[in-house]
Design a protein around this ligand. Structure first.
Ligand code: SAM
Ligand code: DTB
Ligand code: SF4
Length: 338
């Protein structure tokens, strides 16, 4: 039989050995090269799924999926130029700008999310980053949502010195800040902030012991190498993110990425599987894009190791499946909410 580099990593023991090996040697040694991750993508689909499911079962309850609900607490009018985003002021989309929501409105939305069975409530703001006067009301929201017994998450853009500490003191459990794509493709999507800016924000979050939620968007016209490159960035962090959202680009009219060639859905499933294998202890979230995805593909994503979703009929500004549709899907798949 032909023994290729690809075949040699099919073996789970080899995979685990390579992980443990580089861990033990040094934190600075890359655990995963881009080439190794590309080799995962190139496996026959069934082999990749088997590998991912094996790693998943070794680390998680395979039938439990964590559910988070998102709320856009400040919508639109953003100064940045992220080419996928309907909330950037410079693109003409149907999103209408709204000021920061009032505390009682946020609490009401959190209560509804809790009643629907969400365990985490994620508050998103269309900011480049929060100014101090923006942050203060958000700190109150975090404290109140936390007091309701929900885990708290916020995604507010880049953080400056001292802001992560304030979020931690308010009771923030997770901060979401995505790397979005591989370093080499990044400049084609965003020019108003650098990749290093993003890494710096993630360092600030990590340094105050808030859980890191960071992932990216697939289907923006990046190559397979670049999809692998994004995963390598995440997996090779000194501590990989606790939560890794993998978004399928939701194409919105008026944004530069509208009209991008649609990705083969199996390639998206492969990306989930490669994320699972390279980050065995992270929650991998099947994030944006479920509204345009068949239930069959979603089920494959769970099989590939996705164990978290956004739950509730809206993401930030775009549609997500109805909670009742997801309840029905979970029941048919025998999935429990974690
Ligand atoms: N403004 C903050 C920031 O950029 O960090 C927080 C909110 S921003 C909307 C959060 C993330 O949503 C982005 O980093 C991106 O990964 C994701 N996102 C935005 N628009 C998207 C789209 N059309 N399709 C898929 N993901 C999207
Ligand atoms: C993440 O990775 N995906 C979420 C959350 N983090 C903030 C956002 C998806 C946004 C999709 C486009 C919209 O609804 O505006
Ligand atoms: Fe602004 Fe965030 Fe959208 Fe970029 S992704 S334009 S920073 S809201």
């Amino acid at each position: 039989m032909l023994e290729t580099a690809t075949q040699s990593i099919i073996n789970t023991d080899n995979l685990k050995a390579s992980l443990t090996h580089s861990h033990a040697e040094s934190n600075t040694v890359n655990r995963w090269s881009v080439e190794q991750i590309v080799a995962l993508f190139e496996l026959p689909f069934s082999d990749l799924m088997y590998q991912a499911q094996t790693v998943h079962r070794a680390n998680f309850n395979p039938n439990a999926v964590q559910v988070s609900t998102l709320l856009s607490i400040k919508t639109g009018g953003c100064s940045e130029d992220c080419g996928y985003c309907p909330q950037a002021a410079r693109y003409h989309t149907e999103v209408e700008s709204e000021p920061l929501m009032k505390l009682d409105e946020v609490i009401a939305a959190a209560q509804e999310a809790k009643d629907n069975g969400a365990s985490r409530f994620c508050m998103g703001a269309a900011w480049r980053g929060p100014k101090q006067r923006d942050l203060e009301p958000v700190l109150k929201m975090i404290a109140e949502v936390k007091a309701m017994g929900l885990e708290t998450c916020a995604t507010l853009g880049m953080l400056k010195e001292g802001q992560a500490e304030q979020l931690k003191d308010a009771g923030l459990d997770y901060y979401n800040h995505n790397l979005d794509t591989a370093p080499e493709f990044y400049g084609e999507v965003i020019t108003t902030r650098t990749y290093q800016d993003r890494l710096d924000t993630l360092d600030r979050v990590r340094s105050v012991d808030i859980n890191v939620c960071s992932g990216g968007i697939i289907g923006m016209g990046e190559s397979r190498n670049q999809r692998a490159g994004l995963l390598a960035q995440l997996a090779n962090m000194e501590r990989p993110p606790e939560s890794v959202p993998i978004n399928l680009l939701t194409q919105v009219e008026g944004t530069p990425l509208h009209g991008t060639e649609e990705l083969d859905p199996f390639e998206f499933v492969r990306t989930i599987a490669a994320a699972r294998i390279t980050m065995p202890n992270s929650f991998v979230r099947l994030s944006a894009g479920r509204q345009s995805m068949s239930e069959g593909i979603q089920a494959m994503c769970f099989l590939a190791g996705a164990n978290s979703i956004f739950y509730g009929e809206k993401l930030l500004t775009t549609a997500n499946p109805e909670a009742s549709t997801d309840k029905n899907l979970f029941a048919r798949l025998g999935i429990n909410k974690a």
